[in-house]
Design a protein around this ligand. Structure first.
Ligand code: CP
Length: 333
């Protein structure tokens, strides 16, 4: 039987997503099955995490399994992703050997690696994640990469369904916000694709220079139209928020200035108005406010919005556990 990986939101069909969400909704708050009894997850973190690490460990334990977390940058050998390379540089172990060895110990692997080498074209290829998926003989789950954060997006869609019931035709705005140290673009790419798969009307609101990856937007547009929704792009926060039923914010780094952070810092000086406050939220249709966290309070989003009665940020975080239990059942059950 071929193993199932989850590297990208695009790895899930509409039916897969529906099955995972239905299971997550049905089992939330109920006694868990023991589907992972005797099984072990191995999670490799090349970057920091609070929610992903803890929610996966809790999910594994609640399903009767066990979880090993490795802080890969400091606890593993430097890795060579290219299996054809002559390893006479810094790398002491090939991903091929690490992935095949780990596959003899654990029943699934999770990997978080967010790269910023200076070349967007290089970083968007996610070579380490794909090398693990190629060589591991157990399922590989993306715990957030440069391009994607599918586990976050499943929990986000679950949270929207709990509040809005039916997502087809509902209006969501993914809004860029200003931040001195922007976070990764992955949660937006994954949520865009899953919102599109759900037939939502998606507005991407960002300044020029902060475009999402063109291939992801194109694919999401095709899926949205097939599912009865659409995707549009606006370069004005005001236009983007008007009439929204869900506002999902994130500060992501510019792919245009990926190789020139100093230029990006200068560009952002003129983008201070990209801020979500109560006045901005009043132009929406009493929208839910969503954010994947972590968030810098008072920068990009005000406390009043984050703590307001339309904010579902902690529901999103909690749903990581429920969605991941359903995902693990889908991949390993
Ligand atoms: N949203 C999210 O993935 O949080 P962490 O970075 O804390 O895992």
């Amino acid at each position: 039987m071929t193993k199932r990986d989850l590297l990208s939101a695009a790895d899930l069909t509409r039916e897969d997503l529906e099955n995972i969400l239905e299971l997550a909704e049905r089992t939330k708050g109920k006694r868990s099955s023991q589907i992972l009894a005797g099984k072990t997850l191995g999670l490799l973190f090349f970057d920091r995490s609070l929610r992903t690490r803890v929610s996966f460990e809790v999910a594994a334990v609640q399903l009767g399994g066990h979880c090993i977390n490795i802080f890969a940058d400091r606890e593993m050998y430097d890795l060579e992703p290219d299996d054809q390379a002559v390893m006479d540089g810094l790398a002491e172990e090939s991903v091929k050997d690490a992935a095949r060895t780990l596959s003899r110990y654990v029943d699934a692997l999770g990997i978080r690696q967010l790269r910023r080498t200076g070349s967007w074209e290089e970083d968007r290829r996610e070579v380490l994640l794909h090398a693990y998926a190629k060589h591991a003989t157990v399922p590989v789950v993306n715990l957030e990469s440069t391009m994607e954060h599918p586990c976050q997006a499943i929990a986000d869609v679950m949270t929207m369904r709990e509040r809005l019931l039916r997502l087809q035709g509902r209006r969501i705005t993914l809004a860029w916000t200003n931040n001195p140290l922007p976070k990764n673009i992955g949660p937006c790419h994954s949520l865009l694709q899953m919102a599109a798969l759900s037939g939502m009307e998606v507005t991407l609101a960002h300044p020029l220079g902060y475009e999402l990856d063109a291939d992801v937007v194109q694919s999401a547009t095709t899926h949205a139209e097939r599912a009865g929704g659409n995707v549009r792009v606006v370069n004005s926060l005001e236009d983007g928020l008007r009439g929204a039923e869900v506002v999902y914010t994130r500060s992501w780094g510019s792919t245009k200035y990926w190789d020139d952070p100093e230029r990006e810092t200068m560009v952002k000086r003129s983008l201070q108005s990209w801020l979500i406050d109560e006045t901005a939220m009043q132009t929406t249709q009493n929208a839910l406010f969503m954010h994947p966290l972590p968030v810098r309070r008072g920068v990009g989003v005000t406390d009043a919005v984050l703590d307001g009665d339309r904010s579902v940020i902690y529901e999103q975080a909690e749903n990581r556990v429920h969605a991941q239990k359903a995902l693990l059942t889908h991949l390993l059950g």
